[in-house]
Ligand binder design. Sequence first.
Ligand SMILES: Cc1cc2nc3c(=O)[nH]c(=O)nc-3n(C[C@H](O)[C@H](O)[C@H](O)COP(=O)(O)O)c2cc1C
Ligand code: SF4
Length: 466
Amino acid sequence: MSASPPTLSGDRSPSHEATPALPRLLAGIPSDGAMGLGEHLALHGPPPLIRGRGRRQDQERAERLIAEIDRAGLLGRGGAAFPTATKMRAVAGSRGRAIVIANAVEAEPASFKDRTLLETLPHLVLDGGLLAAEAVGADELIVCVSESARASAQSLRTALGERATRAHDGAVERSPRVRVETLPDHYVAGQETAVINHLGGGPAKPLFTPPMPFERGLRRRPTLVNNAETLAHIALIARHGAPWFRQLGTPTQPGSALVTLSGPVAYPGVYEVEHGASLASLIEAAGGTTAVLRGALLGGYAGAFIGAERLRGLGLSNEHLAAHGASLGAGVILLLSDSACPVAETARLARWLSDQSARQCGPCLHGLDALATSIEQIAEGRAGARATQRIDRLGSMVVRRGACRHPDGSVNVLLSAMDTFRAEFAEHARHGPCERCASPEELPLPRREIAPDPPPRRPSLLGSRS
Ligand SMILES: Cc1cc2nc3c(=O)[nH]c(=O)nc-3n(C[C@H](O)[C@H](O)[C@H](O)COP(=O)(O)O)c2cc1C
Ligand code: SF4
C-alpha cells in the first residue's frame, strides 16, 4: 500500500480545510524510495545532542528530553497508547545498562504505517531511536522488522550506511550501536516480550511477566520497547518541543498519528491525521468511498467494529471512539462494504485469531478455538439456541487469562462484531449462510500460522563425565 497525500486537518469537521501544520511525520515524503540523510537534515535540522558533554550535563539533557516528551503527552503508537515518558523514566531508573528496541514488526495484517516510515523516512525513526537510547542511557538500539518487510530492512541498512560515512559529523554521530533484526511473520511476534524472547535466542512468543521489560528485558537488562512511529514522534518533539506537538490533537491525545485506511475508498493508504479529525474528512481525503459501507473496523484485529449508521461524525481519537467501545490502536481503519457478510467475515477472523495463539496459555489456546467454533456454527446455521450465551461465557473465561493481551484483543473484536451486526448474526443463527457469504473476502487475513516450537535445546554434553 502506498503512502497517500498525507495532509489531513484535525479540525473534527469534514468541511474544514487542511491546516498547514500537517504533515509532520510525513513531511517531504519522497514519491519513490527513501529520503536520504542530506535531505533529512536539510528538512528537519540536526537532532539535539544529549550525550557527550560530561556526565552531569548529559544526565540533565537526558532528563530534560524525557520531561519534554512527558509535557508533549506522547502516547505509544504500537496499540496500547501507553504514555511514552512513563516507560522511558522506568527504564532510565532501572539498574543496569539499558537497551532500546524499535518495534517495527507491524504484525497487524491491515497496518502499513511502520513499513511506510521505514521505507520512506528511515532517518526519522533512527533519530528517534537514538535520542530515546541516549535519554534512557542505552548503548544499543535494535530495530526489529518482520521477515516479509525486506524493503524496510534494506532501507534501514542503507540509512545506517549513510550515517556511517558521515560519522565524523556531529549531527549524526551518536554513541549507541544500531542493528536491524528480523522476526517471523506472525501476529503475536510483534508483542514486546515476544520480540525480546526472539532477540534472546528463544521463539518469538510472549514471555510471562513479571519481570517487566523495563526492569529486566533483553539479556536481563532494562529494555525500552517503542513502536517505530512513537520514536519518529520523539525525533520531532526533541527538535520542536512539547508546545509545538500539542498544537494538534486533543488535550488527552495530542499530536498527529499515522493511520492505514483500507477497504472501499478510491485511494487506500497511509495518512497522517490529527487526533480528533473526523473519519469523514479522512475518507474524503482518500477520494471518497467506492461502495456503500456496512461498517468499519477501528484499531485493527484487537479493535472494534462500528456500524455504518454510527460512522457519521466519528472522531479519530480515543476519547471519541471510547463511546463506541473502540480505540485507534495502531491506526488501522478498515472499511467494510455493504456487499460483505459481516458474519462470514467474523467467522474467518475468529478462526485466524485462534490460529495466531502462541499456544502456551490454556485459556487462549482452547478458549479462542472454542470461540471460533461457536461463531462458525452460527455462520453456518448449526448453532444451538444458547450460542450467544456460550460465546459470552467463553469470552469472560479467556480475558486477562493469558501471558499477553492477544486473547483480550480477540474477544474484544469478536464480541464487538456480534454486537454491531446483531441482526445479521440472528439471521444466520436461524437460517444459515446468506447470499453475501459467497462475496469476495474483505478482511485481509494472511494464511500464516504460528510456527511449531523448535525442538528443545539439549544441554551441551561437552565436558560432562558420563
Ligand atoms: C498480540 C500483540 C501483537 C503486537 N504487535 C505489535 C507490533 O507489531 N508492533 C508494535 O509496535 N507493537 C505491537 N504490540 C504492542 C507491543 O507489545 C508494545 O506494547 C509496543 O511495541 C510498545 O510501543 P509503544 O509504547 O510505542 O506503543 C503488540 C501487542 C500484542 C498483544
Ligand atoms: S495469551 Fe495466547 S498468544 Fe499470548 S502468550 Fe498466551 S498463548 Fe500466547
